[in-house]
Design a protein around this ligand. Structure first.
Ligand SMILES: *[C@@H]1O[C@H](CO)[C@@H](O)[C@H](O)[C@H]1NC(C)=O
Ligand SMILES: *[C@@H]1O[C@H](CO)[C@@H](O)[C@H](O)[C@H]1NC(C)=O
Ligand SMILES: *[C@@H]1O[C@H](CO)[C@@H](O)[C@H](O)[C@H]1NC(C)=O
Length: 358
């Protein structure tokens, strides 16, 4: 009897909790509102790992044996909100994206990204993979307002082929994905004609759209990926996103961020400072300094400026600060301890002084 009551009670509690957590999503379906990704102050740290499988066994046709051997450019990626798109299937690629796909040069793309502050949150680079088969990884942050990730990697050699992801949302139904692996197929940026890995390049005029390359597309026997005997190309790579840490206000973001590694921490600090100057995050702003850990160098405030080195003409003056705590292994290194400034001016020289001193 006692037992039955308990079970019933538990069942009721479960239902109540469930009802409380489920809220209506205006677009349809339900989301778990209590764990919604979009709370303010939410910050999530992910690892991206790219594993490529371009081998002669999987892709025997035209497999480049000689110079250049099969490899992959560095990967350029970013996290962003819905107002940004790196590329889009069936749409023409932007100039910087096409350039990267054709040449592997990232500079134009980086420049075009630099002017899109606000829509972008974090940027990351994965080192080159120097063989057809290999792996590479990096880490990045997303937050409640910027939950999508995009990236691209050039296939080398190739006319303008690449692999990548366009706006993959790491927040799914109100929750941050724990771990997700996505197969990748080659894409054609549509800016350079050429059917094979090593065929000479000439611009496609007018520029085509970004297309997925399949065993049937381009529908041409000479195409390096044209395999009429199979239905689907095997994925040429896989990308895995793994959630490393999730910070929210009530989880005490700052204490936890202290445990991050030096590079991650300095990157985050920079981000927070940027945002607080643009008045975005009040939650994180207060405490950029609190993020510094006990391993980091800490310095005093600046001393007053020293007197000018010259009473006549242009001189220099210094101010200094002291190390309060030396940097320890893995900590942030000390900022400059001396600052120098020009001081004085020619107009301060009295004629008598400069003439008769000697
Ligand atoms: C993305 O961020 C920018 C800058 O903060 C903002 O103007 C834009 O409305 C955002 N887009 C979406 C879809 O939220
Ligand atoms: C961030 O902090 C600085 C000083 O600590 C302050 O001047 C600024 O107003 C703060 N910004 C916001 C958005 O709270
Ligand atoms: C400024 O500091 C440098 C050493 O960093 C020192 O040589 C120089 O004399 C200082 N100048 C003044 C005006 O204190």
């Amino acid at each position: 009897m006692m037992h039955t009551k308990l079970v019933l009670l538990l069942a009721m509690v479960t239902i109540t909790v469930h009802l409380a957590m489920v809220a209506c999503d205006p677009i349809g379906g339900t989301v778990f509102s209590e764990e919604s990704c979009h709370q303010t102050g939410m910050l999530v740290f992910y690892r991206i790992k790219l594993v490529t499988s371009w081998s002669k066994k999987l892709f025997p046709k035209h497999y480049p044996e000689f110079r250049p051997p099969p490899h992959w450019s560095m990967t350029l990626g970013q996290t962003h909100n819905d107002s940004f798109q790196l590329f889009q299937l069936k749409h023409s690629a932007s100039m910087p994206v096409a350039t990267f796909a054709e040449t592997g040069q990232a500079a134009p793309l980086e420049e075009s990204l630099a002017v899109q502050q606000g829509v972008l949150f974090d940027e990351f680079r994965l080192p080159k993979i120097r063989k057809g088969k290999g792996e590479s990884e990096a880490t990045f942050f997303v937050d409640g307002k910027h939950s999508s990730v995009s990236f691209m990697t050039k296939i080398i050699p190739s006319p303008d082929w690449f692999i990548g992801l366009d706006s993959f949302n790491l927040c799914s139904r109100g929750r941050w994905l724990e771990k997700v692996t996505i197969p990748l197929n080659p894409l054609d940026a549509g800016s350079s004609s050429g059917l094979t890995f090593t065929s000479p390049k000439w611009p496609t005029n007018p520029r085509g759209v970004v297309e997925q390359i399949t065993a049937r597309y381009p529908l041409h026997f000479a195409s390096s990926f044209f395999y009429p005997e199979i239905k689907h190309l095997p994925p040429i790579a896989h990308v895995t996103f793994t959630k490393m840490k999730e910070y929210s206000n009530h989880n005490n973001v700052h204490k936890k961020v202290k445990k991050l590694k030096y590079k991650q921490r300095t990157k985050l600090l920079k981000k927070i400072k940027q945002q607080s100057t643009s008045g975005e995050t009040d939650v994180m702003n207060n405490t950029a300094n609190e993020i510094l850990s006990d391993k980091d160098c800490q310095v005093s405030t600046w001393s007053a400026w020293s007197p000018c080195s010259k009473t006549c003409g242009l001189g220099k003056r210094n101010r200094t600060r002291n190390v309060l705590q030396v940097q320890r292994l893995g900590g942030v290194e000390c900022p400059p301890l001396v600052e120098t400034q020009w001081c004085g001016s020619a107009s301060q020289c009295s004629v008598i002084d400069s003439y008769f001193r000697w």
